[in-house]
Design a protein around this ligand. Structure first.
Ligand SMILES: *Cc1c(COP(=O)(O)O)cnc(C)c1O
Length: 346
């Protein structure tokens, strides 16, 4: 019994640690430190009382309607997914066949590679420059190039490209461009308006980070209707369950909660970046709910290990041909103080 050779050859995506036992301060997977809007729990509770006998709405109409208002588009511009990872999977399956090419920036979200590998496709990684700008080699045409992913803000750097720059990239790129805006609610600017100007641009979003709902699994795509129509054929019939649709609709409906949460996270991000710099870290200015830092004098892996021993979990990343660093999620003020306190004592 053998699976397809590309599946046998791949190692599989490894998500950040989710310790199930013991009490950790978790600053390693960019979850929101604050609970979601109370309206989310209420909506899930009522959906539960309504019963789960029937199949859910295959396209999550209630969410599409509300998201369409928030983004100033019609509901048929929205595709919902079981987390935005599901949306990225649908896009890869829709655009890229075996042997064809995906383009990615590097270092970036490792899952894109995995999606290419599952498809039996190839990927080409374009290295960010030292200052995290993206070289023009990203737009060079190449036979077989079918799709490009561009996270904005990027992980692990937390840096963005301006919407003007993204538009210019899309105009010159010979394939569609997915702007992965998992962290865009924490940024000053985003690319959702660009979707109206160029049908090659598609923007993916998630409720996992800014809405505090990583456990719910809900994400969505904004793209022109003729594109969405195609993706609907590729997705699982019932890719979002009734409880997550109810919760997600209540979450996107509570934009006041989002704004309040965003302000708290941004204030902590600024304070945390300053504190880290004072401790000798070199911190990349972040537009996301995490910061990427290296240390000017010391190797960072032992710092990660030492924090972990003290039950503070951050992310240590080591990128081949690039270097290593620490990605620290913005927690509550208390969580961040605990982390900074330990770093001071080292
Ligand atoms: C967290 C993350 C996602 C996806 O999150 P979901 O929980 O699947 O919605 C997508 N892209 C990037 C860059 C992320 O960091």
């Amino acid at each position: 019994m053998s699976v397809r050779p590309n599946i046998a050859a791949m190692s599989g995506y490894v998500p950040g640690e989710q310790p199930q036992a013991g009490k950790f301060i978790k600053l390693n997977t960019n979850e929101n430190p604050y609970p979601p809007s109370p309206k989310v729990t209420q909506a899930i509770q009522s959906a539960l009382e309504g019963g789960l006998i029937k199949y859910p709405d295959p396209v999550a109409t209630s969410f599409r309607n509300r998201a369409a208002e928030v983004y100033g588009v019609e509901p048929d511009w929205i595709l919902c997914g079981n987390g935005s990872d599901d949306v990225l999977t649908i896009l890869t399956r829709a655009f890229v066949s075996e042997g064809q090419l995906l383009r990615l920036p590097y270092p970036s979200y490792i899952l894109y590679r995995t999606l290419a590998e599952i498809q039996g496709a190839k990927y080409e990684e374009v290295r960010f420059a030292e200052d995290w700008s993206l070289p023009d080699t990203f737009i060079v045409p190449k036979g077989n190039l079918k799709l490009a992913f561009l996270p904005c803000p990027n992980s692990p750097s937390g840096t963005v490209l301006s919407p003007e720059r993204v538009l210019r990239i899309a105009e010159r790129l010979p394939c569609p461009l997915v702007v992965d805006e998992a962290y865009a609610d924490f940024a000053d600017q985003n690319c959702t308006e660009l979707v109206k100007r160029n049908k090659k641009i598609m923007v993916s979003r998630t409720l996992s980070k800014s809405y505090g709902l990583a456990g719910l699994r809900f994400g969505f795509l904004i793209a022109q209707p003729e594109m969405i129509e195609q993706f609907l054929k590729v997705k699982d019939s019932y890719n979002c369950d009734a409880l997550s649709i109810a919760g997600a609709t209540a979450a996107i409906d509570d934009q006041d909660w989002l704004q309040e949460n965003r302000s708290k996270v941004l204030a902590t991000r600024q304070r945390m970046s300053g504190d880290l710099e004072q401790l000798g870290f070199s911190v990349v200015p972040s537009q996301a709910n995490f910061v990427w830092c290296t240390h000017t004098e010391r190797p960072v892996q032992p710092i990660y290990e030492e924090l972990k021993k003290n039950r503070v979990l951050i992310r240590y990343m080591n990128y081949a041909d690039w270097g290593d660093g620490l990605r620290i999620s913005v927690g509550t003020d208390e969580q961040v103080d605990a982390c900074i306190g330990l770093l001071k004592s080292m």
